[in-house]
Design a protein. Structure first.
Length: 660
């Protein structure tokens, strides 16, 4: 796991005068991603690669950039699993390796397969490769966007990096992308908060030639069965298929030259990973243990919603007979971490979840670990969120245990209840017009409506003539062919799952709560549930083993519960999904979060952004002060985030042209 940066000087007169690229300074801005070493490679001031290293595999000799014959050079962030077999096959074909690092397989796979090398890679990764013979820069990102990669162009200089902040040392001056902010594009597509800075989408490659041409291609898309297809497999066979693939995914991610820890919440996902990992280790050492790390909030209840899973996690660790470490977090801790979390996220925090995960990662690093297994990705493939329930009931073929009238009644009730729940924790409802149009274009599924509530901003927050609309961002998260499949062939639940893996999973869970919070403290997160061989198998299962009606009760992640049953406690087997939520401030006059919001959100600070309506911000401050309204609270956190970001990145106010 590392930080990477690259530049390519393109031909022709530049519209701006740029200083020479300073790779070392750019790597300094990514030092947190790799404090164990640093390396650069340049060629005639035309192309440069930089790498800052977190040493995990081949600790002594795995330095980068990597080099191979035919003028091939690369920098890699992440892990390639099962690289030993690929390496052995390449050696048998005559390739000569200089290290024992997993990363080195990339340059040799590229020599064999060109850009199709991506199809041979398993893992969490982002990379930049320079092919001197073809005079092209080749960038790639893993299938689910676990590892970040950004690109932009300043004048005639093309830039790539693990985080946008590295561009500050390479001639880039940030500006707000007001339309990406207003449409939630920074959350749902390849845009970011910054004008002209894009994410390389998950499962994509980007080839940039020395002449300046660019080619963006997708190399992996999920597939789902036809909604009327009858699966001939038995339930036992499907459960075993999930269990075997999850077991293998955990096994491959235990491979490390440094110790591995586990994040442990109160849910089935991380508990399954812990239980399977221990089962693997105890095959050779019956007394083997792992170190499991959990967050515990001192503010345990708010309006009847439990925020603390420490007790459940403690019972899980005891059942697993393993070491358990609990980080107790206060509101003061969350507030103190807010600005640092925003700097590393390069995105707004609408609540303090990000600060909590940021602090947990620091706690793991302080305990001496560099690698941690996580449970992300299970909800998005096994249908763990309640927002999937309406789309499960939407089609007449599922679930077969319910008559039509009961199914339709449940659909309406669940959809209404779920919207009420999301509103209660501060999410912003989608406008009626946007909902009608997007339902029409997304096969009438309802999940986009809920995704919009999670990341949407109130329309009155924006100064005119900005006209916020999240509709297009969510519609275009699926390709035209996928929208056709959603309309004609896919079950609505599978459309919802696909949309979730395009929007919420890569842009929030993997990026913000995952990589950015972890790598801020030099922690590599490994995600067994996002092994593409497991996800491809799960995608091919029928909807009614992901969600299943058992004795009249809807059970989420049913097939995962059955697959993980040998490795978890009875409590976890039956426990329903609970969201990870940091407690909000309690509105006492001396509350540290409230003081932070009041001190940060000033008229001058809001004016410096250039696109927020101060009158609406004042009304929101007053609404939260008098009612503790959660939508107001989330909105104020977002306002504070943008103010902090504007200072950290020295972003000038948005111009009238940028707001049109």
């Amino acid at each position: 796991m590392c930080g990477i940066v690259a530049h390519l000087e393109l031909p022709g007169p530049s519209p701006v005068v740029l200083p020479p690229p300073d790779l070392d300074a750019a790597l300094g801005l990514l030092h947190h991603r790799g404090p164990d070493g640093r390396g650069t490679w340049t060629d005639a001031n035309t192309v440069g690669l930089g790498h800052t290293r977190l040493s995990i595999m081949d600790v002594a000799h795995g330095a980068q950039p990597l080099h191979a014959p035919d003028d091939v050079h690369a920098v890699v962030n992440g892990e390639f699993y099962e690289f030993e077999a690929i390496r052995a096959a390449l050696i048998s074909d005559g390739h000569v390796f200089a290290t024992q690092s997993d990363s080195e397989i990339l340059v040799h796979l590229y020599r064999e397969h060109g850009v199709d090398a991506l199809e041979h890679l398993v893992g969490e990764f982002a990379f930049v490769l320079w092919d001197g013979a073809r005079q092209q820069l080749f960038c790639g990102r893993d299938r689910y966007g676990i590892k970040p990669l950004f690109y932009t162009q300043v004048g005639n200089r093309f830039l790539v990096a693990s985080e946008a902040k590295a561009f500050l040392a390479l001639g880039w001056s940030p500006q707000w992308d007001v339309h990406a902010i207003a449409s939630s594009g920074y959350f749902s597509d390849q845009r970011t908060l910054f004008l002209g800075v894009n994410k390389l989408p998950p499962a994509h490659s980007l080839v940039v030639s020395a002449s300046g041409s660019k080619r963006l291609e997708c190399y992996f898309r999920p597939t789902f069965p036809h909604k009327r297809q009858v699966d001939p497999r038995s339930l036992d066979e499907m459960v075993a298929g999930v269990r075997d693939r999850l077991y293998d995914a955990v096994r491959t991610r235990l491979r490390s030259d440094v110790p591995v820890a586990v994040y442990l919440s109160g849910g089935i996902d991380s508990s399954s990973v812990l239980g399977i990992a221990l089962d693997i280790l105890r095959q050779t050492d019956p007394d083997a243990q792992l170190d499991a790390f959990t967050i515990s909030f001192t503010d345990r209840e708010y309006d009847g919603v439990g925020y603390d899973e420490g007790d459940v996690a403690a019972r899980t660790a005891s059942h697993a007979r393993t070491r358990h470490h609990v980080l107790k977090i206060t509101q003061a801790d969350l507030t103190a971490a807010f600005a640092d979390a925003v700097w590393h996220w390069e995105a707004p925090l609408n609540d303090f979840n990000g600060a909590a995960k940021f602090l947990l990662s620091r706690y793991v690093r302080d305990a001496g670990f560099k690698v941690v297994l996580t449970g992300e990705g299970a909800d998005e493939h096994f249908a763990g969120y309640s927002m999937f329930y309406p789309d499960f009931f939407r089609h007449e073929t599922t679930p077969p245990a319910l008559p039509t009238a009961d199914r339709v009644a449940r659909l309406a009730a669940i959809e209404a209840t779920d919207m009420k729940m999301w509103s209660a924790i501060g999410c912003v409802p989608m406008s009626f017009d946007d909902e009608v149009q997007s339902r029409t274009r997304l096969a009438n599924v309802s999940i986009h409506r809920l995704l919009s509530t999670i990341c949407g901003l109130p329309k009155p927050l924006f100064l005119p003539p900005i006209a916020p609309s999240t509709m297009d961002a969510y519609v275009h998260a699926l390709s035209p062919d996928e929208r056709r499949l959603a309309r004609d062939e896919w079950h609505p639940l599978h459309t919802a799952l696909c949309l979730e893996t395009r929007v919420h999973l890569p842009n929030y869970l993997c990026n913000h709560l995952g990589d950015r919070s972890e790598m801020a403290h030099s922690i590599e997160g490994r995600v067994p549930f996002l092994d593409h061989r497991l996800t491809s198998y799960v995608n091919g299962l029928p909807p009614n083993v992901k969600l299943r009606v058992v004795d009249g009760t809807l059970v989420d992640k049913w097939v995962l519960r059955e697959a993980a049953k040998p490795f978890i406690s009875d409590e976890l087997y039956t426990r329903p999904k609970k969201p990870f939520l940091a407690p909000p401030c309690d509105m006492a006059d001396d509350d540290v979060q409230w003081r932070f919001l009041q001190n940060t959100i000033t008229q001058d600070a809001v004016a410096q952004l250039g696109w927020m309506d101060w009158g609406y911000v004042v009304a929101t401050l007053d609404r939260f002060r008098t009612t503790s309204d959660r939508q107001a609270y989330n909105c104020l956190n977002i306002v504070a985030s943008f103010i902090v970001l504007s200072r950290q990145f020295k972003v000038p106010p948005a111009t009238p042209l940028q707001k049109q």
